[in-house]
Write a protein that binds this ligand. Structure first.
Ligand code: SF4
Length: 335
């Protein structure tokens, strides 16, 4: 819902300030499908609101379920569609949000990149994905709560900067979705000027960099954005981030057979991770997306994890949930 429009609507009709707080509290709770269900509001106001605003900016078009993930395809008011994923990690639920329809960056391992770029999502379209999942859980009588939010869905968040920052504020705000900053993560393909901007924001929100290779030519072949912001420039921004914020910086590394999984790749990775105590690696076995991308075999993944464990850099082998419904990393795309 467009909060500013709601505020203007209520004040232009002389409603007291507390009505705005009441409506927004209901909206962010994710317990209501429409204004008519908000029975704590006067009937006339409910009717006015229903006639003037859609409560949510997106509508469900399809849901696909796997044991640990649910993917929703949501249609926007202009008919375009996005995808968002709810992931169940057992002790917590996490939601993966999209920030753009499609993406202009064309990373080779990503289905969204193949779609091309359609448009940026508005603030409400970003926030409403989280509220969609809150509604979904409430409708299904689930006692579970969403405690983490990751901006790793369709699109490059840093290329929709203003709306990203505004939606982060709403998602974190006690009068909004009230998710703690440390429970929110934003992932970028490496838009360097925005990494500096993000550093200056000085929040507790986690930052992840899609790294995927420490060889400049290999990274360029995987991620065309590396031509504009080559590795040395990107890594300078990363060192600056950890020095300024004193916060851990996460690096995503998808293991792709015969591309970035050789012994020399592993040794470069270890040297790099050891160069700063706040660097943290998320190692991700590739998901089958496009025919050219072949996941590294299990023995190679084991070699990476064994060596990393033995030599000590901070890392985790990330569980990639939802690959069977094309809901895992790099698999989101709409036709
Ligand atoms: S990985 Fe991210 S930045 Fe790269 S094409 Fe996919 S959505 Fe865009």
């Amino acid at each position: 819902m467009d909060i500013d429009a709601l505020k203007a609507f209520l004040s232009s009709r002389g409603f007291p300030e507390y009505r705005f707080r009441q409506v927004t509290k209901n909206y962010f709770s994710g317990r209501y499908q429409g204004f008519e269900q908000m029975t704590d509001l006067p009937a006339a106001l409910r009717q006015h609101l229903s006639a003037s605003f859609p409560l949510y900016s997106l509508k469900l078009s399809a849901l696909e379920k796997s044991p640990q993930a649910i993917k929703a395809r949501l249609v926007l008011s202009d008919g375009l569609a996005i995808e968002t994923v709810l992931m169940d990690y057992g002790s917590w639920l996490s939601v993966c949000l999209s920030t753009q329809v499609g993406c202009s960056l064309g990373c080779r391992f990503c289905a969204t990149g193949v779609m091309g770029f359609k448009r940026n999502l508005s603030v409400e379209e970003i926030v409403d994905q989280l509220l969609f999942w809150r509604c979904h859980l409430s409708e299904n009588g689930s006692p579970q709560k969403i405690s983490r939010v990751v901006f790793m869905g369709m699109g490059e968040p840093f290329l929709n900067w203003d709306n990203l920052v505004a939606s982060l504020k709403i998602i974190n705000s006690p009068s909004g979705c009230f998710i703690g900053q440390r429970k929110i993560s934003v992932s970028t393909a490496g838009i360097v000027p925005r990494i500096y901007d993000f550093t200056r924001l000085n929040t507790q929100i986690n930052l992840a960099i899609s790294l995927h290779s420490l060889k400049n030519h290999v990274r360029t072949s995987l991620m065309p954005v590396n031509r504009q912001f080559p590795l040395p420039v990107l890594l300078d921004a990363c060192f600056n981030y950890v020095e300024q914020t004193k916060r851990q910086l996460f690096f995503e590394y998808v293991l792709i057979r015969d591309v970035n999984d050789s012994p020399s790749d592993l040794s470069l990775l270890i040297d790099f991770l050891r160069s700063h105590r706040l660097f943290f690696l998320n190692l991700i076995p590739a998901n089958p997306v496009l025919s050219k991308i072949v996941p590294s075999p299990p023995q190679t993944v084991n070699r990476f994890t064994r060596t990393l464990s033995r030599l000590g850099p901070n890392f985790t082998l990330r569980r990639s949930l939802g690959a069977d419904i094309s809901a895992a990393c790099g698999q989101l795309a709409t036709k």
